[in-house]
Design a protein around this ligand. Structure first.
Ligand code: ADP
Ligand code: MG
Length: 701
């Protein structure tokens, strides 16, 4: 018989064979012994704890109950034939029900005997029952000695179950595979790390994750495997960063010159916040080192990222370079252009806007002035990365809302100069620290965690449909004060038709409540042509209309300081970060601003948490943490395509400490041994040379 190894096809495993192998492959992608070992339980049932009958509820997972079987009887005919037994403990009685294998159960189930019953509680007609429980005659001795007190539960499927691969079945073949090849599993972490972090070995961890002798062994296994998982992600990310810094020189911005200083002294209309100053310093330091900067700038809506970006651009100009800022949409690009023009005139530095709708004639002039270096700042959409756009000496590229651009698009920016420009990417949505360490772990991160002084926090209230008149009254009041109001409707693709109906009904009501000529309304939704959309937006921006009714097409970055009320209809249907983004459209002027969340009366638990969170806090970072807890990393805004987040065991909401430890350790290792050349790091070096896990050399983050 052939020797078993980790790469042996799964059909050769004892207890598997060709048929089961087939379902294992199709259903859960288990092809080899190794794959099976890596198929961990998704939870464990604590078999040391007995639930009392009174405690049972359908919300509970699999539980075990200790009780005496009182009676058993077979009732019903044909399809509905079943065996029902009553089980009692000192707190009450439940029913145990079998629809299959009735004869066999009838034979082995003895009234009056005490059993350990194991299964999932259900509720039917107000009565608690357990269908098809596992049964064991209670034996105080054997239970104390305990076989497995923590019963692993594996994800199974209907198909797998048909082949007896339910959780018990999977457990059986796990035992076989560990027996066959556990001695082949190699350690992946250097010995000194195991020592330092008190981690158990890999083979031990795998054994314990499948067959934990007790809860401390399980904890040790989980910690070890989580550490390994997060450690190697960080190793990959930081190695990438290292390679990048070794490979690419950076332009040296060694002086703070005339433009920067003059702007700072004469043009800056307010004092910078402490956080803005700190970030500027970080960028200053970064751009003097002769290494290309790759920095993520995080800051809540309204925290003042634009001005920081502008001042960095001035720094680039002072050092003989050009700068550009790229935004994902025309409207955003236009707004950046306007706000930068508001801060520095064309006479101070030359600025141009380049988008898809820039006229050919203007485009030609822009191209020429970029090429000869007279144009210093280019603001635009992805039109500015087209091949025809050539800079004389691009020194800094700012990317706003970088998650909306693909890698190739950002790569094109890099190629706009022979020495790649420094890159500053900005996110409009704060992301939790753990997430940014994982998603953007190979970038340097700057955070603006302070709002400009004197900002009045937006007041948020939640109203139910029945309180709609209050909302209208409030709108009238604010409009009478000369303010403007947004009303936003959800637009979710799956139910686009329904959404449009809502929107249309909403528009009708609003038009009746706020009739011409006293009130004027802008309407913006996805069905409009870009030119119409733009026209409507512009009317609102210029203050010609007081109310803007819109679907979520209104852009994240749109800035209308006079708008003081944001009304979000069907707010229960929005995600937290979206709600926060929308709220960020107001509170941009000196006036007190408000956000009104309208919802139906029936709310899911999660929706309730979302709305309560919005009412409670304005802090985007706090909100992002809650969002992460509610949705998990895979569904967060802007993270959808990231493979980095396919974590097997680690959980970014719970494992912050392990993540931080792993990251710090990797940083330390690369400081000491950047090429992983030391003997003690041999395993780490090997990680990169293994074909299946080797890094692909993406330089672009
Ligand atoms: P965001 O970070 O959302 O892009 P912006 O850069 O658009 O924020 O800034 C929001 C508003 O705050 C702008 O009107 C800007 O001029 C103003 N602002 C930025 N920094 C300060 C500051 N330090 N003091 C006062 N106002 C500021
Ligand atoms: Mg902005």
């Amino acid at each position: 018989m052939a020797l078993h190894s980790l790469s042996t096809p799964i059909e050769y495993l004892k207890g598997v064979g060709p048929q089961r192998a087939d379902v294992l492959k199709k259903e859960i992608s288990v092809f080899t012994y190794q794959d099976l070992i890596n198929y961990y339980p998704f939870r464990y049932v604590d078999r040391t704890r007995f639930y009392k009958v009174r405690e049972l509820s359908p919300e509970l997972p699999m539980v075990q109950v200790l009780g005496r079987v009182l009676t058993k009887e077979i009732i019903g005919e044909k399809q509905s034939k079943r065996l029902v037994a009553k089980l009692r403990d000192e707190t009450g009685v439940i029913e145990l029900v079998w629809f299959q294998g009735i004869r066999w159960v009838d034979k082995m189930l003895h009234p009056n005997a005490v059993y350990v019953v194991f299964g999932k509680p259900n509720e039917f007609n107000g009565k608690i029952s357990i269908s098809h429980p596992e049964l064991e005659l209670f034996n105080p001795e054997s239970n104390k000695l305990g076989n497995l007190t923590l019963q692993p539960v594996y994800n199974s499927t209907e198909k797998l179950k048909q082949f007896s691969l339910d959780t018990k079945g999977i457990q059986r073949i796990q035992a076989n595979v560990l027996d066959a090849v556990i001695y082949e599993v190699e350690e992946t972490l250097p010995a000194y790390l195991l020592d330092q972090y008190k981690l158990i070995t890999k083979p031990q961890a795998l054994k314990f994750i499948h067959f934990p002798p007790d809860s401390s062994a399980l904890q040790a296994a989980v910690k070890r495997l989580k550490f390994e998982e997060l450690f190697f992600i960080q190793l990959k990310l930081l190695k990438n960063k290292l390679l990048r810094t070794q490979k690419f020189k950076g332009l040296v911005f060694d002086k703070v010159g005339d433009k920067f200083n003059t702007f700072y002294k004469e043009k800056l209309p307010f004092d910078l916040t402490g956080a803005q100053k700190r970030v500027l310093k970080e960028i200053r330091t970064d751009t003097q080192r002769g290494i290309q900067m790759n920095r993520l700038l995080q800051g809540d809506v309204g925290s003042g990222k634009t001005i920081v970006a502008l001042m960095c651009m001035l720094l680039a100009i002072d050092n003989g370079c050009q700068a550009c800022i790229m935004a994902p949409t025309e409207i955003l690009a236009q707004q950046h252009y306007n706000s930068i023009r508001g801060l520095v005139s064309d006479g101070f530095v030359s600025i141009a806007l380049l988008t898809g709708s820039t006229l050919k004639k203007e485009r030609k002039v822009i191209h020429e002035q970029l090429a000869d270096g007279t144009l210093k700042i280019l603001v635009g959409t992805h039109a500015l990365i087209e091949d025809t756009v050539q800079f004389a000496n691009l020194g800094l590229a700012v990317v706003d809302e970088q998650h909306r651009f693909g890698v190739e698009q950002r790569a094109k920016l890099w190629k706009k100069n022979t020495t790649p420009p420094h890159v500053l990417v900005m996110t409009a949505t704060p992301i939790p620290r753990t997430l940014s360490m994982t998603l953007y772990g190979d970038l340097d991160v700057s955070v603006i965690d302070e709002l400009p002084a004197g900002r009045k926090p937006i007041k948020t209230i939640h109203l139910f449909e029945s309180q709609r008149l209050r909302m209208f009254g409030f709108m009238r009041q604010e409009i009478a004060l000369g303010r403007q109001v947004y009303i936003v409707y959800p637009l979710i693709k799956e139910s686009e038709k329904l959404d449009l109906l809502y929107l249309e009904a909403g528009i009708e009501t609003i038009s009746q409540e706020f009739p011409l000529p006293d009130f004027r309304i802008s309407i913006v939704h996805g069905k409009l042509k870009p030119a119409e959309k733009d026209f409507e937006m512009q009317r609102f921006i210029k203050g010609e209309t007081q109310i803007m009714v819109a679907t979520t097409v209104i852009e994240v970055g749109v800035n209308v300081p006079n708008a003081s009320v944001m009304i979000i209809e069907n707010a229960e249907r929005f995600g937290l970060s979206q709600l926060h983004q929308l709220r960020g459209r107001v509170g941009r002027g000196a006036e007190q601003s408000y956000c009104i969340l309208m919802s139906g009366n029936k709310l899911s638990k999660e929706a309730k948490v979302r709305l309560e969170t919005m009412v409670k806090t304005n802090d985007g970072f706090a909100i992002s943490e809650i969002d992460l807890q509610l949705r998990g990393p895979g569904d967060m805004e802007g993270t959808r395509q990231s493979g980095v987040l396919d974590l097997k065991l680690a959980d970014l909401t719970q494992d912050q400490n392990i993540l931080q430890e792993a990251r710090n350790e990797v940083i330390r290792i690369f400081e000491e041994d950047p090429d992983l050349a030391l003997d003690k790091n041999l395993l780490l070096k090997r990680f990169f040379s293994r074909k299946d896990r080797g890094i692909s050399l993406h330089n672009i983050s």
